[in-house]
Design a protein. Structure first.
Length: 166
């Protein structure tokens, strides 16, 4: 994939890193990550009420049902959600909202949190320039700060933040 930036064009390699893309003048998490967090927030909001049908989540959040099916599969495999069969079935959080971190959701859906591939977890040898790279420290600090923030916010916090802003 080729991306054009004000300073020129860059060739981007596909990776399993959290997809933070430049759109205009800001960085953006992919729709998969954004919708996953939004859907999980609905499950947190309804945690004590029981299973929530996927169609209801899709309707409430205006997300494609088929896309949500794709998002929920890795979340279920990671043990973040559980499915309940039957007439009153749907999905529930596998743990209380206080124990589910936004960072865990994003890592499950998008892969390691990193602004560039060479500082992703388990990718220390992916760049032959790491020893001489002048900017590596910037990317490591950005990665660490993003991880710290995302790992500090639970789904309970998301609900509380939302309630405080209304």
């Amino acid at each position: 994939m080729t991306c054009t930036y004000p300073s020129g064009t860059l060739e981007k390699k596909p990776s399993n890193l959290i997809r933070i893309s430049q759109w205009g003048r800001y960085m953006k998490v992919s729709a998969k990550g954004e919708y996953g967090v939004r859907a999980m927030a609905i499950l947190a909001l309804e945690y004590r009420a029981g299973p929530v049908p996927l169609r209801e989540i899709a309707q409430r959040e205006d997300i494609s049902y088929q896309f949500l099916e794709q998002i929920f599969l890795p979340l279920r495999r990671a043990g973040l959600i559980a499915s309940v069969r039957g007439a009153k079935g749907g999905y529930v959080l596998a743990k209380p909202p206080e124990e589910v971190k936004v960072g865990d959701i994003l890592r499950t859906l998008e892969g390691p949190i990193a602004p560039v591939e060479c500082v992703a977890e388990g990718k220390s040898d992916s760049c032959g320039r790491s020893a001489a790279c002048l900017t590596r420290g910037i990317w490591e600090r950005l990665r660490d700060t993003m991880s710290e923030v995302l790992d500090d916010i639970t789904l309970a916090d998301v609900i509380n933040i939302s309630a405080d802003s209304t």
